[in-house]
Design a protein around this ligand. Sequence first.
Ligand code: AMP
Ligand code: TRP
Length: 333
Amino acid sequence: MTTRQRVLSGIQPSGKLTLGNYIGAMKNFVALQHEHDCFYMIVDLHAITVPQDPAALREQSEAVAALFVAAGLDPTQASIFMQSHVPAHAELGWLLTTMTYMGELERMTQFKDKSEGKEAVGAGLFVYPSLMAADILLYRSHLVPVGDDQKQHLELTRDLAGRFNHRYGETLVVPEPFIPKVGARIMSLDDASKKMSKSSPNAGSFITLLDTPDEIRKKISRAKTDLGRDVLFDVQNKPEVSNLMTIYAQCSGQTLEQIQATYEGQGYGAFKKDLAEVVVQALEPLQSKYKDIRASGEIHHILREGAERANTVAEVTLREVKEAMGFLPRGGH
Ligand code: AMP
Ligand code: TRP
């Protein structure tokens, strides 16, 4: 029997969720929910590290929450909530910001990518990893299911937990990343050297979870392939096709070997045609469930219950953290 562990992860409500988010993170959220004590949140406080239109933020927050449920998260098993509904995130975020070194933040590749070439960069974007550490440490999480691009943030979180415990006594749990072996980095359809990202200016480079079947077929038929015609998994020499094969494997449940055998001698055309149908079929149940959830309005209730459970856990940790640091407790009776 595996012991029950605490699991926490988050996704930003900025733009639409992609197949990369689904394969790299959400599939594992779902896989972990029955065996562990899971907290999954929509990180709206992180989203505002770049400017957000209020109406769009509201809509996207609700959409991402509904996508969590549509993707298979069961709100009776996992707590689903908005980060901003649990005030302890912002508070522990500040406490940990004071313990994070400038040099550590300067090294973060996500900050470098997001700030590159921009004239005005908000300070929130810079201190974002300290807030992410607070998200994780508040729940004394053991496992954090994320895609490959979050590894560096997880490392910092581990360092901060260790630093805190060293300075103030054993208080926080040092978490482990939970990164899938296949699919931790789904690449862009127009360039396999870049990760698939919803912020790409080329909408043809990513598939969103709510793309229509025709949009999916069009994007996959235009996806870049490599020289030659063989459907072979070889990341070095065939990065584009290997990425498409990873998507195929993750959406169909087949192994890369099975896919390779199926398309032997058939060329890219037949493979891409089937891949489009595999993706359409994988997303179809999610999309119909999504429509039902949005129409029912039940998401507000789910988020309220999730936030209640999350607050209960988070408040205890925050109180212990503040006590360990020497903050005067609030007087009571
Ligand atoms: P974000 O959309 O940046 O909030 O990412 C949410 C989660 O999806 C994180 O765990 C990311 O690591 C993961 N993720 C985002 N893009 C990809 C991708 N292209 N491949 C795999 N995982 C991804
Ligand atoms: N930084 C993550 C991303 O951009 C989102 C995130 C915020 C997160 N807080 C988290 C992920 C806590 C895991 C755990 O994808």
